[in-house]
Design a protein around this ligand. Structure first.
Ligand SMILES: NC(=O)c1ccc[n+]([C@@H]2O[C@H](COP(=O)([O-])OP(=O)(O)OC[C@H]3O[C@@H](n4cnc5c(N)ncnc54)[C@H](OP(=O)(O)O)[C@@H]3O)[C@@H](O)[C@H]2O)c1
Length: 375
């Protein structure tokens, strides 16, 4: 009788009874071993499936809790709209269209409307309103469902110049009223000559504002606001007996220039800020999205770095205006999530603890002998 090697130390001569008993023990041992193996495999499988199920359920729960913004718009704990003093509700995420070229802006607007955006941030000076208007008309979305913002350029602050340029914007956009019209800069240029400062209207924007209020009353504008105004300039305007106070102030806000003092002041004075260049603008978007703190939060939450930044803006209480002409990014930028408080705090701390710098400041380019933001 030959045994498997491991039994070689067993006696080589045995009687039949011993043989039968050894065989029986061997078979029972093998059965026990196979049984245990199967049991272990079954337990491992059950554990693995259970963990997977729980993880999925948690993810669904978390998604339900956080809510997808925009296209899904369900149970978001990040606001999808803010209510303005007029009672109008403004969507918290817009597609920005500055530097969106004529050949691409229409496609971007259509992609945005398809993804669920209902807010487009434009301006007369972006020189592409005609293409934005065409894209809106070509879309299936009713015009009145789209929050359109435009801006009064610096050369048209004189009260008599406002209606003609507003009409050009309305005609280009294909509408007879606009949801939001902003004074683009707290700087007025004279009509004659390029970039010649109108000192009187720059020092006192009230005549411009009064004319805008008139157009609110006449129905061409639903809400009026300001852009690039610092606190001193806001107070300079609001010291007047305004009929309508500024609905928003659109300013640069991003990781590099988070302006916590302005944000705090605006909240205390019930003024909503709109974050322009929210990703750092075309020059600094790459640097923003590769910040270790941004990347680590993105990884932890399973979202993209751009979504972390855009979510952070809305969680700070601002409207956010990311610009993109890339359909996949346009869609990505609308999906925002409430960051857990510790991660929000971590990002806020990182953004506010380095030396701030602006990603854009035209003061020199416009030949001003003062800094628009400091003066
Ligand atoms: N009131 C004012 O004076 C003022 C001044 C500046 C801006 N704004 C408004 O604010 C909007 C946004 O500002 P902005 O254009 O300066 O800067 P931004 O939105 O911070 O950055 C735009 C840049 O980011 C890229 N980008 C967008 N989404 C991305 C993503 N998910 N991943 C990677 N890259 C991404 C864009 O590339 P692609 O386009 O190639 O995708 C583009 O190069 C403007 O369009 C305008 O409406 C207002």
């Amino acid at each position: 009788m030959s045994y498997p090697p491991r039994y070689k130390s067993l006696p080589t001569t045995v009687d039949n009874e011993q043989i039968t008993s050894v065989k029986a023990r061997g078979t029972a041992g093998q059965k026990k071993f196979i049984f245990h193996l199967l049991a272990v495999v079954a337990i491992m499988y059950a554990t693995f499936s259970g963990v997977r199920y729980i993880a999925r359920s948690n993810l669904k729960f978390a998604k339900g809790l956080w809510g997808c913004h925009g296209a899904h718009r369900n149970l978001s704990s990040l606001t999808s709209h803010y209510t303005l003093p007029s009672g109008d509700k403004i969507p918290s995420v817009a597609l920005g269209v500055w530097q969106a070229e004529k050949g691409e802006v229409g496609m971007a607007v259509q992609a945005a409307l398809k993804s669920g955006y209902r807010h487009i941030d434009g301006a007369y000076a972006y020189n592409n309103e005609e293409y934005v208007g065409k894209a809106i008309r070509a879309s299936a979305v009713p015009r009145e469902q789209i929050w359109l913002t435009s801006k009064l350029w610096n050369a048209f602050h004189a009260p008599e110049d406002i209606e003609p340029v507003l009409d050009v914007t309305l005609a280009n956009l294909g509408t007879d009223y606009i949801y939001m019209y902003l004074i683009h800069w707290p700087i007025a240029f004279k009509k004659e000559g390029n970039y010649v400062l109108d000192e009187a209207l720059t020092a006192n924007p009230y005549p411009t504002w009064q004319k805008l209020e008139e157009w609110v009353d006449k129905g061409k504008i639903r809400n009026i606001g300001i852009s690039n105004f610092n606190i001193r300039r806001i107070q300079n305007l609001t010291a007047n007996p305004l009929k309508y106070k500024p609905a928003v102030n659109q300013v640069e806000l991003n990781f590099w220039n988070p302006q916590p003092e302005l944000l705090k002041w605006a909240k205390e004075h019930d003024l909503i800020l709109e974050a322009y260049s929210p990703l750092g603008g075309s020059n600094e978007v790459g640097k923003t999205l590769s910040q270790p703190v941004v990347k680590s939060i993105a990884k932890e939450l399973g979202i993209t770095p751009a979504q972390v930044i855009i979510s952070w803006h809305v969680q700070r209480g601002t409207i956010v205006l990311p610009k993109s002409v890339t359909p996949s990014r346009i869609e990505e930028n609308l999906q925002i999530f409430s960051l857990p408080q510790d991660l929000f705090d971590k990002l806020e701390k990182a953004a506010t603890s380095h030396e701030p710098h602006r990603t854009g400041n035209p003061s020199n380019r416009w030949g001003l002998d003062f800094d628009i933001f400091d003066d």
